[in-house]
Design a protein around this ligand. Structure first.
Ligand SMILES: C[S@@+](CC[C@H](N)C(=O)[O-])C[C@H]1O[C@@H](n2cnc3c(N)ncnc32)[C@H](O)[C@@H]1O
Length: 199
């Protein structure tokens, strides 16, 4: 694991998020578009765990993210319909959730009682792009910017524990937020660094 980018409030760690998360300080919000366990090619990540192993892994990742967040912070993730019966299985303890969307569901989780004021954005994944085979599943930048604006303010620090090509980091930079990204695959880290340098 290594810090491969650290500039103007944006950090990118190359490594397994479960190794990196425990080394981080507090963050203000977490946004993540995790693998959906549908056999997608993600370089170093095998996207074909058993359902039980997948849910346990995601639950562990989200719990580790929650441990880095303050009491009023939001965790938002994108998911697909077939997992929506399992939201409670992966939601951190004492978090309330609200979901929306058709294909790409958005799950917004917050600590305490369900006092989330706004609905999550609808169909955040509806315009998924596949740029030249560089990464199979890049989150749309406009949807990412939209979601970040709902859960964080300029100057806040946003965490993306599986940041792929760095869309969350780019969106945070454009919004004047700080960000910490973690990505397992070195090639995707290289793409994220190129995108950040071009932003
Ligand atoms: C759906 S993609 C994220 C796409 C990203 N939002 C973007 O716009 O490029 C999920 C990412 O999680 C990464 N990943 C899977 N397991 C990981 C782990 N244990 N630690 C860090 N990253 C991981 C995969 O390599 C993949 O790039």
């Amino acid at each position: 694991m290594a810090l491969v980018y650290d500039n103007s409030g944006i950090q990118l760690h190359h490594g397994d998020c479960m190794d990196v998360l425990w080394t981080l300080g507090q963050v203000d919000a977490t946004f993540v578009d995790p693998p959906f366990n549908w056999g997608m090619w993600y370089g170093d990540y095998p996207d074909n765990l058993t359902p039980t192993a997948y849910l346990r892994w995601l639950s562990d990742v989200f719990a580790a993210c929650a441990a880095r967040m303050g009491t009023d912070a939001s965790l938002v993730w994108l998911w697909e319909p077939r997992w929506m019966d399992n939201v409670a299985d992966v939601t951190p303890r004492n978090y309330a959730t609200r979901t929306t969307g058709n294909w790409g569901r958005t799950v917004w989780a917050k600590r305490g009682s369900p006092t989330i004021e706004r609905d999550p954005p609808v169909d955040a994944l509806s315009t998924v792009t596949l740029p030249d085979g560089l990464h199979p599943d890049v989150t749309p930048l406009d949807a990412t910017s939209d979601i970040l604006s709902w859960i964080a303010d300029p100057g806040d620090t946003v965490l993306d524990p599986m940041c792929g090509t760095g869309t969350t980091l780019v969106a945070a930079k454009l919004a004047g937020m700080n960000a910490i990204g973690i990505e397992l695959d070195e090639g995707f880290c290289d793409i994220a660094i190129r995108r950040l340098n071009a932003t």
